[in-house]
Design a protein around this ligand. Sequence first.
Ligand SMILES: Cc1cc2nc3c(=O)[nH]c(=O)nc-3n(C[C@H](O)[C@H](O)[C@H](O)COP(=O)(O)OP(=O)(O)OC[C@H]3O[C@@H](n4cnc5c(N)ncnc54)[C@H](O)[C@@H]3O)c2cc1C
Length: 420
Amino acid sequence: MLFWSVAVVFPLPLVLTYDFLATEPEPLKFYILLGLIAYTWWLLSIVLSVRPPWLDRFVGLPSIYGLHGMLGVLAIAAAYVHRDNSYSPSRLARDLGDWSFYGALAVLCFSVFFMSGWLVDRSRLLLKVKRLLETVFRHQFSVWIHRLNLVIVAMICLHTHLLVRVNQHFAFMVLFDLYTVMALGIYIWKKWIAPDTCLMGTVMSNDARGGSTRRLSLNLDSEAATLQPGDSFFLSFEGSPSVSREWHPFSVTDDNRETLTFTIRQHGNFTRRLGNVEVGTRVRLEGPFGRFESIVQGREREAPLVLLGMGAGVAPLLSLAAAHHTTRKIHLLWAVRSPEDVYYRDVLEEYQAASGGRLQVTTRVGRFRREDLAGALSPEAVAKGVFFIVGPNPAVLANQRLLRRIGIPARRIHQERLTM
Ligand SMILES: Cc1cc2nc3c(=O)[nH]c(=O)nc-3n(C[C@H](O)[C@H](O)[C@H](O)COP(=O)(O)OP(=O)(O)OC[C@H]3O[C@@H](n4cnc5c(N)ncnc54)[C@H](O)[C@@H]3O)c2cc1C
């Protein structure tokens, strides 16, 4: 709630300054203020898109991206009312305002469909349509469409500078430009300067596991000091002819801070090429991100951990199991597509042997159904277990619903979906 209140606080200095200086009739001023609020929400959305790891530790990536997306929607609504009710003698200012509005609306619709799970996670049909369209509109194409928002922000900035009613207030315009320069400066810093300060590692091994998964180990140049169990990193492979440098998030699979292991399911344009990444390839790592460990630490020690993973979603859960199997009661449930996909059987057996009976493992080929979960979970786990679900979005949502039906309250269910 505190985090979402940023959306109210962020526009305030600009809005109050304009309200204090401007002298036009109140109704017109109100619509201009709405336009200002929309603009600051777009700027805030840009700032959030750089996903600062320190903010992730407080609220988590899903909340950061949730607010990022909601601000896009709210800004369009505010911009719509602003556009419909305000006027300007400058033709260019009007045109820039119109183009920005329609451009932002088009980018928003595109992004909601291709980049958020708001629609496709809730409809199999839409998910199929998305996958079909993605054979042409690759994910990286969507990323570039999304970046058109920067051009739109530049057009709105120019639109504001052309409005005599607004640009006559020098103090306001200084503040307005400060907002713009700061937001775009943070974005540029993140894209071009911050990567130089990222952790670096070298691919040590890259093996096939199961039907369509790879286990990739990276030897880091320096220890990942802030890494916690369950965390993920965004990886960018440098100088590999096989894969592009685009950033993709993957979870660390154990609790080693010097050699990081990732479990990657190959199902899309980028991950399918990962098999060709050679030992010795340099990798940049942005992160770590994640809140699972702070949630574990925030719960009483006696509460069992119930880890429910689908496919490669087991990765962050294995990392939690690695860190806690000798001290806490853990039940790890792992759903896989085929028997050969239980590729971590050896690791699990090792943890089980060392756990002194604390670690229980249930694997299943195919989805867990309600009766499977109800039968597998102990009364203690149902009564006070802390649940972590990780997997593809629709599967996470389905399992979350199953757990709720079994009687697990929402506050004890935590999840990570393997898309943004
Ligand atoms: C926090 C987090 C941790 C993850 N951990 C793992 C893991 O341990 N193992 C694993 O196999 N997968 C993990 N994923 C999912 C993985 O990042 C995506 O499946 C992968 O980047 C998609 O690449 P692709 O080539 O397979 O798909 P593409 O063909 O490039 O795109 C297919 C779909 O994948 C999604 N996607 C594509 N690129 C990204 C991206 N950069 N970020 C997020 N989603 C994207 C989009 O929904 C897209 O529509 C994780 C995702 C997140 C958000």
